[in-house]
Every structure is written in C-alpha cells, then in structure tokens.
Design a protein around this ligand. Structure first.
Ligand SMILES: C[S@@+](CC[C@H](N)C(=O)[O-])C[C@H]1O[C@@H](n2cnc3c(N)ncnc32)[C@H](O)[C@@H]1O
Length: 586
C-alpha cells in the first residue's frame, strides 16, 4: 500500500477527497491544500490519469522525525535512491514548510539535494545531475516542525494543464480544475447522463465547455499528456500497468463520445471566441461544441436544445468604475435565463458575490470557491417562475415594449422574418379593402401560421392614431413553453416595423380557455377610451382594461345587417353587452 498526497487549488480539497474515493482510494483525508490517501500503484496511476481536480500526485517515500538539521541530509542519504533513479538520471528538489530553524524553502531543498548526492557518492563515487527544468525525477520535501515527509512527484507538471490551451495567451481564464469543480458542484455529470445540454453564455476561452465535454465523454483529463508524466521515467514505473490504464481510458472515451450531449457557448468578444475556438480544436471536441458571438443582452437560444445546465462566470468588475456596467450585465444574464431557459438548471460563479442579486433569481444553493487569491461564490438556480425575484420582461399590455428593449435583435431571426412576411402579405389587400369600405378596425392575422398562435386586430382611432391589439392563444401544455415564448417575442418584435406603430400602442393579452365570467373581468384600470368609426357611428373602445376592447370585430357584418334591417323600427337588444349593435341600429 502506497501513501500518497494529491495537491489541489484552495477550497477544492473536499471535492478532491470525494473524487479520490470514487477512484478507490483508502484512508482519504482532506487537508487545506490537498488530500492524503492510500492505495496501490494502480490507484496512484489512476489518480494521475483521471483526477479532474488535483494539481499533482505524490507518493511518500520517507516519513521521519528529525532531531536536528543535520538529520535532514543524513536520513535522506540513508534511503535507497537507486530504487527510484539511476546515476545518469537528473533530479530536482522542491521544499515547503518550516521547522528546526529551516524557514527558507531554498535552503531546505539544498539539504535534501545534499542527501541524494551523498547517497550516490557513497555508492558510485559519482553524482547525478540536478536539472530544475526537465529532470527525470522530482522530489518534494515537506517539513512540519520536526516531521519530514519526502515524496516523489508522479506527474511533474500541474495536472490542471490538460494540454488544449498550450501556447495560448489567455487573460485570466478559469483554471481547468476549478472549472471542473464548478461543473461537478452544479450537477453537470448527472445532467449530461440524462442527455441535457450545457450552455455558457459568457464562455470566454471556453474552459467550461471543454471541461464539460471531457466529463460527458468520460475522457480522462490526463490522457492527452500521459506520456509527459514523470512516472514514465521513475525507476519503479510499471509500464504494463500504465499502458493498460491508458488503453482503458482511451476505450472509455470512445464509448463516451458515442453519447455526447450538445454543448454551446457564446461571448460578446470575438477575440475570446477565437481563443475558445482554437482550444476547442486542440481538445478534439469541435464536433460537439458550438460557439457564437452574441451578448447576453441580445441572448437567445439558437436551436432546439434539450433542457440542461447553463453555467457561466460573468465579469465581476475588477477595476473601479466598472461595477455599474457589470451590474447591468448580471441583470441582462438573469433576464436571459428567465426568458429562454425555463426549466433549466443554472450556475453562476462570481468573485464578487454581491453581484449575484442583480440576476433577479433566487438561488437554491451557494458554495464558496476560491479562484486564485480571490474568494468567489457559485450560485445555483432552478430557473422556474417560482424563483424569479422579478419578471424578466413585464408581461401584460406593454409586452411589445419590453421585447423591443430586451431583445432589440430578435426581429432578425428566420422565424421573425417569416412571420413579418406573412403579415405584410395579409395587410396589403386588407388596407385596400378597408379604405374602400371605410372600415377602421379589423383583424389582420388570426393564427394563420399555427406556430405563431396569435390574433392581431388593427384599430384606427379618432384621437389616438393607430393601435394594435394582440391576443395570444395560450399554448396547450404539450407545447414547449420556452419555444412558445420565443415565437411570441419574435412576433412582437416585428410588429412596430411592419405596421409603423409605436410599441406603446401595441397592446398584448393572453386569451386562455375562459372559465365562468373571467372573460369579463378587469385586467387593468386605465379608463382610457378611444373612438373608432364604424358604419358612420362613433364607438368607444378600451384597449387595456378588459380582455376584449368592447368592439367585436368578427360581428361587423352582423352589426351592419341588423342596423340595415332595423331602419325605422324599434329594437330590443337583450344581452346587449357593450351595446355596439344597439348604437349602430340607432
Ligand atoms: C470572466 S470571463 C469568462 C472566462 C471564461 N470562463 C474562461 O474560462 O475563459 C467573462 C466573459 O464575459 C464576456 N462578456 C462580458 N460582457 C458580456 C456580455 N454583455 N455578453 C456576453 N459576454 C460578455 C467577456 O468577453 C468575457 O469573456
């Protein structure tokens, strides 16, 4: 049984402990900067290959209680170093901790190096080379008062460097193992198994996207750089065992890739996306991850994505004066989530947790996470209406106004363009007809395209100019709510241009299956009436206070007929309701 230590970034020890336990480690204990554990050589190798959270994996070769500084060198010289390296191999030593007057890491490392050299001088009358850049063996000493722990670094570099970002100059990206930890805490592995999608709307260099793809495809994070790990040069290396584990990891990835969920990213910055695209290419997941330039303010889903996880780390305004701008971005992100991701899980990581409240969503959980020297928080949300702190866009009468403000670009989608064309086709002959017969209020659209289930009524009023009244036929439960909402917003986004009517004069209402007298109940109380002339009669309509305006456009012919027939006659209108027919008859 080997005694091992895996280091990790601050705050990830508990997650690393859980990860190592799933790999089969025994006696696993979380420490402030890593995890101690025990296991076979196979287990230590698996940790190097499979840990998404560790930075380095060490095996302990000596634990000693020292009486004085001298013993630091002599106890090391007493170890059988030829079990670990040959004379012709080079080595490097690092040191941490302090004790017995040794409080300088360089001095501690020197003492250990002397011990190794003394061993070889005694055995071979020669000394191995020290190479701090490219050694064959890396030895690490840790001193806690007089307790020495000496270990061999099986990896030799920090495991968070998976390889897909090699050579890239990335400004402050999320470290790969921190991104992996955030994904694990957000439940991504379970969501991926159920076929859910992943989306990062501020993906920057694409760390979440690639780490998520690696998890979903069951790819070992150490696989791409496995031949660079120092364990390959260790004298006790078991290459048969290692090759078996590498082959197994390759096979698992092949299987994993057959069942990949869709992964998407977007970002405002072209430059970040160039970097992301290069990293995605390097990682080999270019078929599974797609990215797009888009701000969260313009944000919208650009396909039929299965419900899943939205995860992001938005900017947090490091510089003075940026905070106001950043608050606006969080609000835009919150609106985007509420509008397009109903039913999804969301996770937002920020190094300025106060900004979380600007999302306008109630978090179900939050977790502390360090990001380098910064203390951050991961907020997790169920994006469902119950947890909205405020509606993203005010529904009701002024929805068209909200859509125009929040989604200035929505009118450019294929769907919106098709809908606009349909309207234009309807309007042209109707305008001619209305002019000829002096009709000032008429229906221009009635769910002609079933996916845009709306009715749109046009009113030309005496005092208020032109108005549109839009009624949405509430979608049946079988229709995806998010998609239905997107279509509604697409439709509302084109109305001002097609009709040349300001959004303040486009009124929106939802027409649900009516129960009892709900149809007649008040929606609002503006008491704002406008006059429409029909058949030479002035009729008053109200656009906002009730579901109906008071003038039933589909009864226009009946009104004209009754008015004609009741000439010079008395008329008793039972059930007269808004009395438009009576007025015309009179
Ligand atoms: C902290 S970085 C994300 C880093 C990323 N997780 C990575 O690992 O590279 C924040 C990102 O938000 C993007 N961003 C800022 N404002 C935005 C907006 N309004 N809409 C979309 N992206 C925005 C920036 O371009 C930047 O890439």
């Amino acid at each position: 049984m080997l005694k091992c230590f895996a280091t990790t970034s601050g705050g990830l020890s508990e997650l690393l402990r859980e990860e190592l336990m799933t790999l089969g480690a025994k006696n696993v204990k979380a420490q402030p900067r890593g995890v101690t554990f025990e296991g076979s050589k196979e287990l230590a190798y698996r940790a190097c290959l499979w840990s998404r959270l560790a930075n380095r994996v060490f095996i302990t070769v000596l634990e000693a209680e020292l009486d004085n500084q001298e013993q630091l060198t002599t106890s090391i010289a007493a170890l059988n170093w030829q079990e670990h390296m040959d004379l012709r191999d080079s080595f490097a030593v690092s040191f941490s901790g302090k004790g017995m007057g040794i409080d300088h890491s360089h001095y501690g490392a020197l003492k250990i190096k002397d011990g190794i050299v003394d061993y070889f001088m005694a055995k071979t009358s020669d000394r191995p080379q020290v190479d701090t850049v490219n050694p064959n063996l890396r030895v690490h000493g840790h001193l806690n008062r007089n307790q020495l722990t000496l270990s061999i670094d099986l990896v030799g570099y920090s495991l968070h460097q998976r390889g897909y970002r090699e050579g890239q100059q990335v400004k402050a990206p999320l470290k790969e193992n921190i991104a992996a930890a955030l994904l694990l805490r957000s439940g991504w592995p379970e969501i991926a198994k159920q076929g859910g999608s992943l989306y990062d709307p501020m993906c920057g260099s694409g760390t979440f996207l690639i780490e998520a793809a690696m998890m979903a495809s069951d790819a070992a994070p150490g696989l791409d750089k496995q031949d660079r790990m120092l364990l390959n040069q260790w004298k006790q290396h078991d290459s048969l065992l290692w090759n078996r584990l590498v082959d197994e990891a390759r096979a698992r990835k092949v299987t994993g890739l057959q069942n990949m969920p869709a992964i998407y990213g977007s970002d405002a910055s072209h430059k970040s996306l160039d970097i992301a695209e290069e990293a995605i290419l390097n990682s080999g997941y270019f078929k599974h991850i797609s990215v797009k330039q888009m701000t969260v303010e313009q944000g919208r889903i650009w396909g039929d994505w299965p419900t899943g996880l939205v995860i992001s780390n938005p900017p947090y305004g490091e510089r003075l004066g940026e905070v106001e701008e950043v608050k606006r971005i969080y609000t835009a992100l919150g609106n985007y989530l509420k509008e397009e991701f109903d039913g999804w899980q969301a996770a937002v990581f920020t190094c300025n947790p106060e900004l979380g409240m600007y999302l306008g969503l109630k978090a179900k959980r939050s977790h502390k996470f360090a990001n380098g020297p910064l203390e951050g928080k991961l907020f997790r949300f169920d994006v469902i209406e119950t947890y909205h702190r405020e509606p993203a866009i005010k529904g009701g009468a002024n929805l068209a106004d909200g859509v125009q403000t929040a989604y200035p670009d929505l009118s450019e989608t294929e769907g919106a363009k098709m809908f606009a064309n349909r309207l234009k086709k309807n309007v042209k002959p109707l305008r001619k007809w209305a002019k000829k017969y002096e009709v000032n209020a008429y229906r221009v659209y009635d769910a002609d395209m079933p996916e845009y289930a709306l009715s749109i009524d046009y009113y030309h009023t005496l005092e208020g100019g032109e108005w549109l009244v839009v009624n949405e036929y509430a979608p049946p439960k079988t229709v995806d709510k998010t998609r239905a909402k997107k279509r509604l917003y697409e439709a509302l986004s084109v109305l001002p241009t097609v009709f040349d009517i300001p959004t303040s004069q486009i009124v929106f209402k939802v027409r649900e299956k009516q129960k009892g007298s709900s149809q007649y109940e008040k929606l609002d109380e503006n008491k704002q009436f406008f006059t429409v002339i029909e058949n030479g009669v002035k009729l008053r309509v109200n656009f906002t206070d009730y579901l109906d305006t008071g003038l039933f456009l589909d009864h226009r012919d009946v009104r004209a007929y009754v008015a004609e027939k009741s000439r010079r006659k008395s008329l008793l209108n039972l059930f007269c309701y808004t009395a438009t027919l009576t007025a015309q008859a009179a």
